[in-house]
Ligand binder design. Structure first.
Ligand code: FAD
Length: 405
Protein backbone atom coordinates (compact mmCIF):
# COMPACT_ATOMS: atom_id res chain seq x y z
CA UNK A 1 0.00 0.00 0.00
CA UNK A 2 1.18 3.53 -0.75
CA UNK A 3 0.89 5.80 2.23
CA UNK A 4 0.16 9.53 2.13
CA UNK A 5 1.52 9.81 5.68
CA UNK A 6 3.05 7.47 8.23
CA UNK A 7 0.65 8.84 10.84
CA UNK A 8 -2.58 10.83 10.69
CA UNK A 9 -3.53 12.53 13.95
CA UNK A 10 -7.12 13.65 14.46
CA UNK A 11 -7.14 16.77 16.65
CA UNK A 12 -4.61 19.60 16.77
CA UNK A 13 -4.92 20.38 20.46
CA UNK A 14 -1.90 20.40 22.79
CA UNK A 15 -1.58 16.62 22.87
CA UNK A 16 -2.00 16.30 19.09
CA UNK A 17 0.60 19.03 18.52
CA UNK A 18 3.09 17.46 20.92
CA UNK A 19 2.54 14.00 19.44
CA UNK A 20 3.11 15.36 15.92
CA UNK A 21 6.35 17.01 17.02
CA UNK A 22 7.75 13.88 18.69
CA UNK A 23 6.93 11.72 15.67
CA UNK A 24 8.31 14.20 13.10
CA UNK A 25 11.50 14.68 15.10
CA UNK A 26 12.02 10.94 14.71
CA UNK A 27 11.72 11.12 10.95
CA UNK A 28 8.08 10.23 10.34
CA UNK A 29 5.64 12.02 8.05
CA UNK A 30 2.60 13.29 9.96
CA UNK A 31 -0.69 15.05 9.21
CA UNK A 32 -2.82 16.75 11.86
CA UNK A 33 -6.53 17.15 11.11
CA UNK A 34 -8.32 19.88 13.07
CA UNK A 35 -12.03 20.63 12.86
CA UNK A 36 -11.75 24.31 13.81
CA UNK A 37 -10.39 27.04 11.55
CA UNK A 38 -8.01 28.17 14.28
CA UNK A 39 -5.85 26.25 16.76
CA UNK A 40 -6.47 26.91 20.46
CA UNK A 41 -10.12 27.93 20.22
CA UNK A 42 -12.46 27.22 21.82
CA UNK A 43 -10.75 26.06 25.02
CA UNK A 44 -11.90 25.01 28.43
CA UNK A 45 -9.05 25.15 30.87
CA UNK A 46 -7.88 26.77 34.07
CA UNK A 47 -4.45 26.99 32.43
CA UNK A 48 -2.40 25.33 35.15
CA UNK A 49 0.70 23.68 33.70
CA UNK A 50 3.02 21.80 36.05
CA UNK A 51 6.78 22.35 35.70
CA UNK A 52 7.29 18.85 34.27
CA UNK A 53 4.59 19.38 31.62
CA UNK A 54 6.12 22.76 30.82
CA UNK A 55 9.59 21.19 30.49
CA UNK A 56 8.18 18.96 27.74
CA UNK A 57 7.12 21.88 25.53
CA UNK A 58 9.06 24.85 26.93
CA UNK A 59 6.21 27.22 26.13
CA UNK A 60 7.44 29.72 28.73
CA UNK A 61 6.33 32.76 26.75
CA UNK A 62 2.70 31.69 27.20
CA UNK A 63 2.95 31.95 31.00
CA UNK A 64 0.73 34.67 32.47
CA UNK A 65 1.40 33.98 36.18
CA UNK A 66 3.52 31.83 38.48
CA UNK A 67 1.95 30.08 41.45
CA UNK A 68 3.79 29.11 44.66
CA UNK A 69 0.97 27.43 46.50
CA UNK A 70 -2.70 26.97 47.26
CA UNK A 71 -4.89 28.40 50.01
CA UNK A 72 -7.27 25.49 50.54
CA UNK A 73 -10.54 26.06 52.42
CA UNK A 74 -12.74 23.51 54.18
CA UNK A 75 -16.53 23.75 53.93
CA UNK A 76 -16.73 25.86 57.11
CA UNK A 77 -13.77 27.99 56.17
CA UNK A 78 -10.78 26.26 57.83
CA UNK A 79 -7.73 27.38 55.88
CA UNK A 80 -4.89 25.04 54.92
CA UNK A 81 -2.08 26.85 53.11
CA UNK A 82 0.03 24.47 51.03
CA UNK A 83 3.24 25.68 49.39
CA UNK A 84 6.09 28.02 50.20
CA UNK A 85 6.64 31.65 49.14
CA UNK A 86 9.05 31.89 46.23
CA UNK A 87 9.00 28.15 45.42
CA UNK A 88 7.15 27.77 42.15
CA UNK A 89 4.60 24.93 42.14
CA UNK A 90 2.85 25.53 38.86
CA UNK A 91 2.56 27.91 35.92
CA UNK A 92 -0.61 29.57 34.70
CA UNK A 93 -0.72 29.92 30.91
CA UNK A 94 -2.80 31.63 28.28
CA UNK A 95 -4.28 28.43 26.97
CA UNK A 96 -4.90 29.71 23.45
CA UNK A 97 -1.26 30.75 23.02
CA UNK A 98 -0.08 27.57 24.73
CA UNK A 99 -1.99 25.34 22.28
CA UNK A 100 -0.81 27.42 19.33
CA UNK A 101 2.82 27.22 20.47
CA UNK A 102 2.68 23.45 20.88
CA UNK A 103 0.99 22.91 17.51
CA UNK A 104 3.47 25.31 15.89
CA UNK A 105 6.29 23.13 17.26
CA UNK A 106 4.68 20.16 15.50
CA UNK A 107 4.53 22.13 12.24
CA UNK A 108 8.12 23.32 12.57
CA UNK A 109 9.21 19.72 13.09
CA UNK A 110 7.64 18.93 9.68
CA UNK A 111 4.01 18.02 10.26
CA UNK A 112 1.26 19.10 7.88
CA UNK A 113 -2.11 20.32 9.10
CA UNK A 114 -5.63 20.49 7.66
CA UNK A 115 -7.88 23.02 9.38
CA UNK A 116 -11.69 23.09 9.24
CA UNK A 117 -11.52 19.38 8.50
CA UNK A 118 -12.73 16.26 10.18
CA UNK A 119 -12.87 12.53 9.48
CA UNK A 120 -16.10 11.05 8.17
CA UNK A 121 -14.87 7.47 7.99
CA UNK A 122 -11.81 5.43 8.83
CA UNK A 123 -11.28 1.84 7.79
CA UNK A 124 -8.49 -0.33 9.02
CA UNK A 125 -7.19 -2.70 6.38
CA UNK A 126 -4.47 -5.27 6.75
CA UNK A 127 -1.97 -2.96 5.06
CA UNK A 128 -2.99 0.46 6.39
CA UNK A 129 -5.77 2.81 7.43
CA UNK A 130 -7.94 4.60 4.89
CA UNK A 131 -9.39 7.84 6.22
CA UNK A 132 -11.96 10.04 4.52
CA UNK A 133 -11.67 13.67 5.51
CA UNK A 134 -14.16 16.37 4.76
CA UNK A 135 -13.34 20.07 4.53
CA UNK A 136 -16.27 21.75 6.26
CA UNK A 137 -15.94 25.00 4.32
CA UNK A 138 -15.76 23.55 0.79
CA UNK A 139 -17.54 20.26 1.53
CA UNK A 140 -14.80 18.48 -0.42
CA UNK A 141 -13.85 14.99 0.68
CA UNK A 142 -10.32 13.59 0.44
CA UNK A 143 -9.24 10.02 1.04
CA UNK A 144 -5.86 9.58 2.68
CA UNK A 145 -3.91 6.53 3.71
CA UNK A 146 -1.59 6.10 6.65
CA UNK A 147 0.09 3.33 8.58
CA UNK A 148 -1.35 4.51 11.88
CA UNK A 149 -4.30 6.65 12.99
CA UNK A 150 -3.99 8.50 16.32
CA UNK A 151 -6.98 10.10 18.04
CA UNK A 152 -5.95 13.22 19.97
CA UNK A 153 -9.47 14.52 19.54
CA UNK A 154 -10.44 15.29 23.09
CA UNK A 155 -13.05 14.16 25.60
CA UNK A 156 -15.71 13.13 23.06
CA UNK A 157 -13.16 11.57 20.70
CA UNK A 158 -14.54 10.55 17.30
CA UNK A 159 -11.72 8.00 16.92
CA UNK A 160 -12.53 6.38 20.26
CA UNK A 161 -16.22 6.14 19.34
CA UNK A 162 -15.57 5.03 15.72
CA UNK A 163 -13.45 2.11 16.90
CA UNK A 164 -15.64 1.30 19.92
CA UNK A 165 -12.79 1.65 22.36
CA UNK A 166 -14.93 2.20 25.46
CA UNK A 167 -15.35 5.15 27.78
CA UNK A 168 -13.20 6.88 30.38
CA UNK A 169 -14.10 5.77 33.90
CA UNK A 170 -15.42 9.19 34.88
CA UNK A 171 -16.67 12.14 32.85
CA UNK A 172 -16.52 15.11 35.19
CA UNK A 173 -17.71 18.54 34.27
CA UNK A 174 -15.95 21.85 34.79
CA UNK A 175 -17.22 25.43 34.63
CA UNK A 176 -15.13 28.57 34.72
CA UNK A 177 -15.31 32.33 34.31
CA UNK A 178 -12.61 34.88 33.77
CA UNK A 179 -13.07 38.02 35.88
CA UNK A 180 -11.51 41.37 36.67
CA UNK A 181 -11.75 43.12 40.03
CA UNK A 182 -10.87 40.16 42.28
CA UNK A 183 -8.26 40.83 44.97
CA UNK A 184 -6.27 37.69 45.70
CA UNK A 185 -2.88 36.96 47.18
CA UNK A 186 -0.20 37.31 44.55
CA UNK A 187 1.33 33.99 43.36
CA UNK A 188 -1.23 31.91 45.31
CA UNK A 189 -4.31 30.16 44.01
CA UNK A 190 -7.34 29.46 46.19
CA UNK A 191 -9.41 26.30 46.54
CA UNK A 192 -12.82 25.90 48.17
CA UNK A 193 -14.69 22.74 49.14
CA UNK A 194 -18.19 21.87 50.32
CA UNK A 195 -21.35 20.29 48.94
CA UNK A 196 -22.94 23.64 48.02
CA UNK A 197 -19.90 24.79 46.07
CA UNK A 198 -18.44 21.71 44.36
CA UNK A 199 -19.92 18.41 45.59
CA UNK A 200 -17.12 15.85 46.05
CA UNK A 201 -14.53 18.11 44.42
CA UNK A 202 -13.43 21.75 44.68
CA UNK A 203 -13.76 25.25 43.30
CA UNK A 204 -10.74 27.36 42.37
CA UNK A 205 -9.66 30.97 41.99
CA UNK A 206 -6.50 31.30 39.94
CA UNK A 207 -4.53 34.47 39.23
CA UNK A 208 -4.18 34.85 35.48
CA UNK A 209 -2.09 38.00 35.08
CA UNK A 210 -2.93 41.66 34.40
CA UNK A 211 -5.43 41.86 37.26
CA UNK A 212 -7.54 38.97 35.97
CA UNK A 213 -8.58 35.76 37.78
CA UNK A 214 -10.18 32.49 36.72
CA UNK A 215 -12.98 31.31 38.99
CA UNK A 216 -14.25 27.79 38.41
CA UNK A 217 -15.20 24.44 39.80
CA UNK A 218 -15.64 20.83 38.79
CA UNK A 219 -17.84 17.99 39.96
CA UNK A 220 -19.59 14.83 38.82
CA UNK A 221 -23.18 14.49 37.54
CA UNK A 222 -24.10 11.83 40.11
CA UNK A 223 -23.01 14.08 42.97
CA UNK A 224 -24.78 17.18 41.70
CA UNK A 225 -28.21 15.90 42.65
CA UNK A 226 -30.02 17.61 39.79
CA UNK A 227 -28.06 20.86 40.01
CA UNK A 228 -25.74 22.09 37.30
CA UNK A 229 -22.16 23.29 37.71
CA UNK A 230 -23.48 26.76 36.87
CA UNK A 231 -25.87 26.52 39.87
CA UNK A 232 -22.87 25.57 42.02
CA UNK A 233 -20.89 28.50 40.65
CA UNK A 234 -23.72 30.92 41.49
CA UNK A 235 -23.98 29.39 44.97
CA UNK A 236 -20.23 29.88 45.40
CA UNK A 237 -20.51 33.58 44.54
CA UNK A 238 -23.44 33.94 46.99
CA UNK A 239 -21.96 31.78 49.75
CA UNK A 240 -22.26 33.60 53.13
CA UNK A 241 -18.58 32.88 53.94
CA UNK A 242 -17.16 34.05 50.62
CA UNK A 243 -19.60 36.43 48.90
CA UNK A 244 -17.77 39.58 50.09
CA UNK A 245 -14.73 38.50 48.09
CA UNK A 246 -16.73 38.72 44.86
CA UNK A 247 -18.31 42.13 45.46
CA UNK A 248 -16.25 43.94 42.83
CA UNK A 249 -15.80 41.31 40.15
CA UNK A 250 -16.89 41.70 36.55
CA UNK A 251 -17.09 38.62 34.36
CA UNK A 252 -15.33 38.85 31.00
CA UNK A 253 -15.67 35.26 29.72
CA UNK A 254 -17.10 31.87 30.65
CA UNK A 255 -16.39 28.27 29.66
CA UNK A 256 -17.84 24.87 30.45
CA UNK A 257 -16.39 21.50 29.49
CA UNK A 258 -15.88 17.84 30.23
CA UNK A 259 -12.95 16.35 32.14
CA UNK A 260 -12.51 12.67 31.18
CA UNK A 261 -10.61 10.80 33.86
CA UNK A 262 -9.80 7.11 33.94
CA UNK A 263 -7.76 5.66 31.10
CA UNK A 264 -9.89 3.50 28.82
CA UNK A 265 -9.02 -0.18 29.11
CA UNK A 266 -7.54 -0.59 25.64
CA UNK A 267 -6.40 2.75 24.17
CA UNK A 268 -5.25 0.82 21.08
CA UNK A 269 -6.66 -1.38 18.35
CA UNK A 270 -5.16 -2.59 15.07
CA UNK A 271 -3.42 0.50 13.61
CA UNK A 272 -5.27 2.89 15.96
CA UNK A 273 -4.22 4.66 19.18
CA UNK A 274 -5.93 7.30 21.31
CA UNK A 275 -3.99 9.75 23.46
CA UNK A 276 -4.77 12.57 25.92
CA UNK A 277 -8.36 13.42 26.82
CA UNK A 278 -9.47 10.98 24.12
CA UNK A 279 -8.03 8.18 26.27
CA UNK A 280 -9.33 9.59 29.58
CA UNK A 281 -5.99 10.80 30.89
CA UNK A 282 -7.03 13.74 33.14
CA UNK A 283 -5.92 13.36 36.76
CA UNK A 284 -8.69 12.29 39.13
CA UNK A 285 -7.35 14.58 41.86
CA UNK A 286 -6.97 17.87 39.95
CA UNK A 287 -8.53 17.39 36.50
CA UNK A 288 -5.21 18.34 34.90
CA UNK A 289 -4.91 16.61 31.53
CA UNK A 290 -1.97 18.31 29.82
CA UNK A 291 0.88 16.64 31.73
CA UNK A 292 -0.63 13.13 31.60
CA UNK A 293 -1.36 13.49 27.85
CA UNK A 294 2.23 14.55 27.17
CA UNK A 295 3.59 11.71 29.29
CA UNK A 296 1.32 9.16 27.64
CA UNK A 297 2.98 9.75 24.25
CA UNK A 298 6.53 10.58 25.37
CA UNK A 299 6.73 7.38 27.41
CA UNK A 300 6.16 5.17 24.34
CA UNK A 301 7.35 7.24 21.40
CA UNK A 302 10.66 5.50 20.68
CA UNK A 303 9.15 2.02 20.67
CA UNK A 304 6.19 3.30 18.67
CA UNK A 305 8.38 4.82 15.97
CA UNK A 306 10.29 1.55 15.64
CA UNK A 307 7.02 -0.34 15.09
CA UNK A 308 5.79 2.26 12.60
CA UNK A 309 9.01 1.95 10.62
CA UNK A 310 8.60 -1.84 10.61
CA UNK A 311 4.90 -1.33 9.74
CA UNK A 312 3.99 -3.79 12.50
CA UNK A 313 1.02 -2.12 14.13
CA UNK A 314 -1.51 -4.78 15.04
CA UNK A 315 -3.27 -4.53 18.42
CA UNK A 316 -0.77 -7.07 19.71
CA UNK A 317 2.17 -4.93 18.57
CA UNK A 318 0.66 -1.77 20.07
CA UNK A 319 0.09 -3.61 23.33
CA UNK A 320 3.79 -4.44 23.31
CA UNK A 321 4.66 -0.78 22.55
CA UNK A 322 2.60 0.57 25.45
CA UNK A 323 2.97 -2.14 28.04
CA UNK A 324 5.91 -0.68 29.93
CA UNK A 325 4.16 2.57 30.86
CA UNK A 326 0.43 2.79 30.13
CA UNK A 327 -0.77 0.07 32.53
CA UNK A 328 1.33 1.73 35.24
CA UNK A 329 -0.21 5.13 34.47
CA UNK A 330 -3.68 3.62 34.60
CA UNK A 331 -2.95 1.96 37.92
CA UNK A 332 -1.63 5.23 39.40
CA UNK A 333 -4.79 7.01 38.23
CA UNK A 334 -6.99 4.31 39.80
CA UNK A 335 -5.10 4.49 43.10
CA UNK A 336 -5.30 8.29 43.19
CA UNK A 337 -9.05 8.09 42.51
CA UNK A 338 -9.53 5.54 45.30
CA UNK A 339 -7.74 7.78 47.80
CA UNK A 340 -9.54 10.88 46.53
CA UNK A 341 -12.89 9.15 47.04
CA UNK A 342 -11.94 7.96 50.48
CA UNK A 343 -10.60 11.27 51.78
CA UNK A 344 -12.68 13.80 49.85
CA UNK A 345 -15.28 12.81 47.26
CA UNK A 346 -17.45 10.55 49.42
CA UNK A 347 -17.19 12.64 52.60
CA UNK A 348 -19.99 14.76 54.06
CA UNK A 349 -19.28 18.42 54.82
CA UNK A 350 -19.00 17.56 58.54
CA UNK A 351 -16.43 14.85 57.79
CA UNK A 352 -14.52 17.17 55.47
CA UNK A 353 -14.47 19.85 58.18
CA UNK A 354 -13.01 17.31 60.58
CA UNK A 355 -10.35 16.41 57.96
CA UNK A 356 -9.54 20.10 57.44
CA UNK A 357 -9.12 20.60 61.19
CA UNK A 358 -6.44 17.90 61.00
CA UNK A 359 -4.91 19.18 57.75
CA UNK A 360 -4.55 22.63 59.35
CA UNK A 361 -2.24 21.40 62.15
CA UNK A 362 1.29 22.74 61.62
CA UNK A 363 2.87 19.27 61.62
CA UNK A 364 0.40 18.07 58.97
CA UNK A 365 1.01 21.15 56.81
CA UNK A 366 4.75 20.42 57.05
CA UNK A 367 4.11 16.85 55.95
CA UNK A 368 1.98 18.02 53.02
CA UNK A 369 4.66 20.50 51.97
CA UNK A 370 7.36 17.89 52.27
CA UNK A 371 5.67 15.00 50.45
CA UNK A 372 2.89 16.74 48.53
CA UNK A 373 3.45 16.54 44.80
CA UNK A 374 0.63 17.48 42.45
CA UNK A 375 2.05 14.88 40.02
CA UNK A 376 1.98 12.05 42.57
CA UNK A 377 -0.86 12.36 45.05
CA UNK A 378 -0.80 8.71 46.21
CA UNK A 379 2.37 8.92 48.39
CA UNK A 380 0.94 12.00 50.14
CA UNK A 381 -2.42 10.28 50.76
CA UNK A 382 -0.66 7.27 52.21
CA UNK A 383 1.64 9.40 54.38
CA UNK A 384 -1.38 11.27 55.77
CA UNK A 385 -3.11 8.01 56.62
CA UNK A 386 0.00 6.65 58.26
CA UNK A 387 1.21 9.69 60.17
CA UNK A 388 -1.90 11.60 61.22
CA UNK A 389 -3.50 9.75 64.15
CA UNK A 390 -7.00 11.01 63.27
CA UNK A 391 -6.76 9.43 59.81
CA UNK A 392 -5.58 6.03 61.00
CA UNK A 393 -9.06 4.61 61.15
CA UNK A 394 -9.33 5.28 57.43
CA UNK A 395 -6.04 3.52 56.78
CA UNK A 396 -7.52 0.02 56.79
CA UNK A 397 -10.23 1.08 54.33
CA UNK A 398 -7.55 2.70 52.16
CA UNK A 399 -5.42 -0.44 52.28
CA UNK A 400 -8.35 -2.57 51.11
CA UNK A 401 -9.25 -0.08 48.35
CA UNK A 402 -5.68 0.13 47.10
CA UNK A 403 -5.34 -3.61 47.18
CA UNK A 404 -8.23 -3.96 44.75
CA UNK A 405 -7.39 -1.09 42.39
C1 FAD B 1 -12.92 23.79 33.13
C2 FAD B 1 -11.68 22.99 32.83
C3 FAD B 1 -10.47 23.37 33.41
C4 FAD B 1 -9.31 22.64 33.13
N1 FAD B 1 -8.13 23.05 33.70
C5 FAD B 1 -6.98 22.38 33.43
C6 FAD B 1 -5.74 22.84 33.95
O1 FAD B 1 -5.67 23.83 34.65
N2 FAD B 1 -4.61 22.13 33.64
C7 FAD B 1 -4.65 21.02 32.84
O2 FAD B 1 -3.60 20.39 32.61
N3 FAD B 1 -5.82 20.59 32.33
C8 FAD B 1 -6.98 21.24 32.58
N4 FAD B 1 -8.16 20.82 32.03
C9 FAD B 1 -8.12 19.66 31.13
C10 FAD B 1 -7.45 20.04 29.82
O3 FAD B 1 -8.12 21.12 29.23
C11 FAD B 1 -7.44 18.82 28.87
O4 FAD B 1 -6.96 17.70 29.57
C12 FAD B 1 -6.55 19.08 27.64
O5 FAD B 1 -7.09 20.10 26.85
C13 FAD B 1 -6.42 17.80 26.83
O6 FAD B 1 -5.74 18.06 25.62
P1 FAD B 1 -6.05 17.19 24.31
O7 FAD B 1 -5.15 17.71 23.27
O8 FAD B 1 -6.04 15.74 24.65
O9 FAD B 1 -7.57 17.52 23.96
P2 FAD B 1 -8.22 18.91 23.54
O10 FAD B 1 -7.54 20.05 24.18
O11 FAD B 1 -9.68 18.76 23.75
O12 FAD B 1 -7.91 19.01 21.98
C14 FAD B 1 -8.61 18.20 21.07
C15 FAD B 1 -8.53 18.84 19.70
O13 FAD B 1 -9.16 17.98 18.77
C16 FAD B 1 -10.05 18.72 17.96
N5 FAD B 1 -11.11 17.78 17.53
C17 FAD B 1 -12.02 17.17 18.29
N6 FAD B 1 -12.79 16.34 17.55
C18 FAD B 1 -12.32 16.45 16.27
C19 FAD B 1 -12.70 15.85 15.04
N7 FAD B 1 -13.69 14.94 14.96
N8 FAD B 1 -12.02 16.17 13.94
C20 FAD B 1 -10.99 17.08 13.97
N9 FAD B 1 -10.60 17.67 15.11
C21 FAD B 1 -11.25 17.36 16.26
C22 FAD B 1 -10.55 19.84 18.86
O14 FAD B 1 -11.05 20.93 18.13
C23 FAD B 1 -9.27 20.17 19.63
O15 FAD B 1 -8.49 21.11 18.94
C24 FAD B 1 -9.35 21.50 32.28
C25 FAD B 1 -10.57 21.12 31.70
C26 FAD B 1 -11.72 21.86 31.98
C27 FAD B 1 -13.01 21.42 31.34
Amino acid sequence: MDFDYDVIIIGAGPVGGYTARLLCERGLSVLMVEEHNEVGRPFQCAGLVTPSAMDAVEAYDTVVADVDGALIHGPSGTLVPVGREGELRTYVVCRKRFDQTVVQQGLEAGSDILLESQPVSADVQEDGVEIQIINQRTNETTTLRSKLLIGCDGAHSWVRRRFKMGYPKEMLVGFQTEVVGYEGKERWLEMYSGSEIAPGFFAWIIPSGNGTHRIGLWSKADLLDGRTVLDCYNDFLQHPLWKDKFENITETARYCGPVPSGMIRRPFKDRVLVIGDAAGMAKPTTGGGLGPGFKQISSVVDRLVKQINLDQLSEKHLKYVTKTSWPKMKKEQDRARALRDLLVSTRSDEELDAHFANFAKPEVISLINEIGDIEKPVPLGLALLKNVPAFRKLALKAGVKLLFT
